[in-house]
Design a protein around this ligand. Structure first.
Ligand SMILES: NC(=O)c1ccc[n+]([C@@H]2O[C@H](COP(=O)([O-])OP(=O)(O)OC[C@H]3O[C@@H](n4cnc5c(N)ncnc54)[C@H](O)[C@@H]3O)[C@@H](O)[C@H]2O)c1
Ligand SMILES: CC(C)[C@H](C(=O)O)[C@@H](O)C(=O)O
Ligand SMILES: [Mg+2]
Length: 363
């Protein structure tokens, strides 16, 4: 089969990790006889350098013409990069939020799974991890809430005041809640809706709408949890979670936390989906300016994001399984980038890790 895949290399370590994911996708083509054609798309800092804007109409249109888009990461060091001298709406991050909104990518799935091989990299105690490890998925609403509400900075009675607005309507909550329940149905049938309903009106609406949606899924258990408690429970006992359903900002914060309990932020993949099968696939981490250009970044989150793309947008389940198995084999053979390295393992560069995983796919 033939597919057209958009590639956003992005900034910082973005090009390094996307190149490795492309290697793995090429090995999938070889093994399974598919043809992937790639369209390079500009976003973030790279787009600012080329066009003056973090996101152009051209990128949005090209992305829409693809079956799916795979992205590295965007952004730079806010203290040193000239991009951060621009007004906020012209900075790299505005491009990322813009493309999420323009493509209607409201459902962000961020799975956090502890590989048995990475127990030594997991900062939690053995008795917390237990025999089974843990396997959860965060379903984060991605096109609403604080990220997209009205914001302004103004002088109020001579005092500089900044306002960000947190707003959700019931339809936005209902569609993401349904996604979470559908996913839970195929897993361990439990949804934990996370909010701050003891303070926020928007959270009280999340609870109400989620309870209504739960009635459509009587086989799935619904639990509500306050976000501060959830942050604590993720390190106290991550095994209790199956699907965590939450709004945009809480999901951003909790997914970084969840990634670290799997050993490293370099392991956490993500899919941002719209109503149809189209998606933008990206690791949950950023552009890591501190390690850019050193060939030490972990490409696994991006490679696992490519596997999610094969599964969710291209409907290639067998190929997605093969990529996930290839990652698993690289880990069980002892290959480790610096962020997940422990004594006795083989210290592996970014490019070596891509080579090993691509070779494993070829079999
Ligand atoms: N989706 C995205 O494109 C995205 C996500 C988060 C942050 N950002 C942007 O990235 C820039 C840097 O942000 P930050 O430093 O807060 O977060 P970050 O995720 O880039 O880095 C945090 C820490 O994790 C490490 N790290 C991240 N990815 C890694 C990988 N694959 N392998 C090994 N180590 C890795 C980094 O070296 C750093 O020490 C900012 O401009 C931010 O806006 C972009
Ligand atoms: C770069 C930033 C705007 C982005 C977000 O907050 O959504 C990132 O942290 C993420 O998690 O994808
Ligand atoms: Mg984040």
């Amino acid at each position: 089969m033939e597919y057209k895949i958009g590639l956003i290399h992005g900034d910082g370590i973005g090009p390094e990790i996307v190149n490795e994911a492309k290697k793995v996708l090429d090995s999938v083509c070889e093994k399974y006889g598919h043809t992937f054609t790639y369209e390079n798309l500009l976003l973030g800092g790279a787009s600012i350098d080329a066009t003056g804007l973090p996101l152009t109409e051209e990128t949005v249109e090209k992305a829409k013409s693809c079956d799916a888009v795979l992205m590295g990461s965007i952004g730079g060091d806010a203290k040193t990069s000239p991009w951060y001298k621009l007004e906020p709406s012209k900075r790299p991050e505005a491009g990322l939020l813009g493309i999420r909104k323009a493509l209607g990518l409201f459902a962000n799935l961020r799975p956090a799974y502890l590989y048995n091989e990475l127990r030594a990299a997991c900062p939690l105690r053995d008795d917390i991890i237990g025999d089974q490890g843990f396997n959860l998925i965060i379903v984060r609403e991605l096109t609403g809430g604080l990220y997209f509400g009205e914001r302004k900075t103004e002088e109020v009675n001579g005092v500089t005041t900044a306002v960000d607005t947190l707003s959700y309507n019931e339809n936005e909550i209902r569609r993401i809640a349904r996604r979470a329940f559908e996913i839970a149905r195929k897993r361990r049938k439990k949804v934990t809706e996370v909010d701050k309903a003891n303070v926020l009106d928007s959270s009280r609406l999340w609870r109400k709408v989620t309870a209504e949606v739960a009635k459509e899924y009587p086989d799935v258990e619904l639990e509500n949890m306050l976000v501060d408690n959830c942050a604590m429970q993720l390190v106290r006992d991550p095994k209790q979670f199956d699907v965590i359903l939450t709004e945009n900002m809480f999901g951003d914060i909790l997914s970084d936390e969840a990634s670290m309990v799997t050993g490293s932020i370099g392991m956490l993949s993500s899919a941002s989906l719209n109503e149809s099968s189209f998606g933008l696939y990206e690791p949950s981490h950023g552009s890591a300016p501190d390690i850019t250009g050193k060939n030490i970044a972990n490409p696994i989150a991006t490679i696992l994001s490519a596997a999610m793309m094969l599964r969710y947008s291209l409907n290639l389940d067998q190929e997605a399984d093969a990529v996930e198995a290839a990652v698993q084999k690289a880990l069980s053979d002892g290959f480790r980038t610096a962020d997940i390295y422990s004594e006795g393992m083989k210290k592996t560069s970014t490019t070596e890790m891509g080579d090993v995983i691509a070779e494993n796919v070829r079999g």
